[in-house]
Design a protein around this ligand. Sequence first.
Ligand code: CU
Length: 187
Amino acid sequence: MKKMIHLAVLSAAVALAACSEHHDHGAESGHSHDAPAVAEQAAAPAQVQDGISVQNAWVRPTVGEQDATGAYLTITSQEPMSLVGVATPAAEIAEVHEMKMDGDIMRMRMAERTEMKAGEPLELKPGGYHVMLMALTAPVEVGQEIELSLQFEKADGSKIEMPVKAVAGQNAAGDHHSHGGGGDHKH
Ligand SMILES: [Cu+2]
């Protein structure tokens, strides 16, 4: 069994509930990865501002009493830039998190500053970087549009605020394959 350790100061229980792919699948027994929403999202046009392009923005719908979830998107900037924050009216707390396997332990931490190289996509996806939405103001339902405001900082220190719409649904990438990285390997 993998363990997940949350290194951020915020409630580990809340974060675990939202970030654990196992939790999602366990609680939502009937969901299908072949839902029609998948194809529509994959074809969604890029959202562009100030040389920054955002593709495939989606949010994982909540299950039951869950009050936290993840948002995922791919960001490409024409010039070097850093993702320094995110805000949304849909949740009281929004943070960029990084999740990665450390041996057989899944670790998650807050990424206060994520650097992006020119033209190199930064992928926020299940099992990697993600936007964590905590203390949601309402449950997130499939098809719902969530507004995110991405905060960037350029090399010269100037800031860019970019509004992005993310649709709630399941993603074509396939959560089963993205978490765990190497499967349930043990020592
Ligand atoms: Cu997280």
